[in-house]
Ligand binder design. Structure first.
Ligand code: GLA
Length: 385
């Protein structure tokens, strides 16, 4: 991809760009906890977004997207990102830099990537982080990975309309080869946990659906958690977010919340505990115990948090019944995208054949199987000569 992008850049704009790479992410466990300052356990993957840039000394920025085969030009002194177009991610990031007072000028940019679309591997976070890494290098801004993650998250809030947490850009910025990040979304600090799955591996199954309610439901879930926090605040001293509660508080919480809110709060509270247990099990190499937590996480997301869908429930259920699978659950925001499966390597072919045909028969859709390798976070792949 680096040499393809370089050649295309030369053809479009002339000159030699700086090229940055930022990966997509998986999440081992810890879903819908980041925006309640909870714990998550993501890792960067081998797929990602490449961004080539160079200064152009012009009053405008010229962009080219390899995926869309499309050019876009805007005035860098006065621009307004609009929801729904890929260029929003460039202007959105730039708007954050402008607000923070960083200097920049006109540039040319080519963007290309290989993240399977609609799989829930956070291509938009990877896009923002890749743009941020490239611009930081181009203008000598020395942005650290946490600032890049926060600008990426804010850009998503302000210009894409999704009130997401920090997990996706953080994993893309900080990822480490063969390690998952046990991230505390209150302190925004992580521990790198080595991932050694011996004869097992992580396999994603892309359901190939994205239900249209996904973004609005995401924002509603987040709002429901905030409502619970307001109601619980008076009763628990030192309480700030659902992350501050433990499984042992659940009985009390149930009495304090209406039945519409309690299951949602319960998911966040129990999921935070599962993440910490999961990290301990992985440190000890207890893959079986880790797999059981993945299954519990799915049930909680489906029944209590209500962010699954028939396709994901089907794929998780079939995986649970399959010999050689230690755990399976929906991954990411929900309402479509992937399941993540911990499966014995020798069983993968058989699993793909069986689940693929059962899924096709039930939903008339093709499931797509994606093997993931845990890889490094964002970096410059080509500097200035
Ligand atoms: C999306 C969001 C993340 C996180 C997950 C659910 O990927 O971008 O911040 O909330 O959903 O865990």
């Amino acid at each position: 991809m680096t040499s393809e992008l370089k050649a295309l850049f030369h053809q479009y704009f002339g000159g030699n760009p700086i090229i940055a790479f930022a990966p997509g992410r998986i999440n081992l466990i810890g879903e819908h906890t980041d925006y309640q300052e909870g714990f998550v356990f993501p890792a960067a993957v081998q797929f990602g977004i490449w961004t080539g840039v160079q200064k152009n000394k012009l009053p405008f920025c010229r962009l080219y997207s390899m995926d869309f085969g499309e050019e876009f030009t805007f005035d860098w002194k006065s621009f307004s990102p609009k929801k729904g177009h890929w260029s929003t991610y460039v202007m959105g990031f730039l708007a954050q830099l402008k607000q923070a007072g960083y200097p920049f000028e006109g540039f040319d940019m080519v963007i290309g990537g290989n993240i399977p679309l609609g799989a829930g591997l956070s291509s938009s976070a990877a896009l923002s982080v890749s743009i941020g890494t490239a611009l930081s290098q181009l203008f000598g801004l020395k942005l650290n990975p946490l600032s890049i993650s926060k600008y990426a998250q804010n850009s998503e809030h302000q210009f894409a309309g999704v009130n997401c947490g920090i997990m996706d850009p953080y994993a893309s910025a900080f990822g480490k080869k063969n390690h998952a990040l046990l991230l505390d979304c209150r302190s925004n600090q992580h521990q790198e946990i080595p991932i050694d799955l011996s004869e097992y591996s992580l396999l994603l199954v892309n359901s190939n659906v994205k239900h249209s309610l996904a973004d609005s439901a995401y924002n509603q879930r987040r709002a429901a958690c905030e409502e619970s926090v307001q109601l619980l605040r008076a009763h628990f001293p030192y309480f700030q977010t659902l992350r501050d509660l433990k499984n042992e508080n659940l009985n009390e919480v149930e009495k304090l919340l209406p039945s519409s809110l309690f299951p949602k709060a319960k998911h966040v509270i129990t999921e935070c505990e599962r993440v910490q247990l999961a990290a301990n099990y992985l440190k000890q190499g207890d893959l079986k115990a880790f797999g059981k937590l993945m299954n519990e996480s799915h049930r909680s997301l489906s029944r209590d948090y209500e962010v699954s869908c028939p396709e994901l429930d089907f794929l998780a259920q079939k995986a649970w019944e399959f010999p050689g699978v230690l755990g399976a659950r929906m991954m990411g925001g929900g309402f479509g995208g992937c399941t993540i499966n911990l499966i014995r390597k020798s069983q993968i072919k058989h699993f793909q054949d069986r689940i693929g045909s059962e899924y096709l028969a039930s939903f008339n859709r093709q499931a797509i199987f994606i093997s993931v390798e845990i890889s490094s976070g964002t970096h410059i792949v080509l500097g200035l000569d």
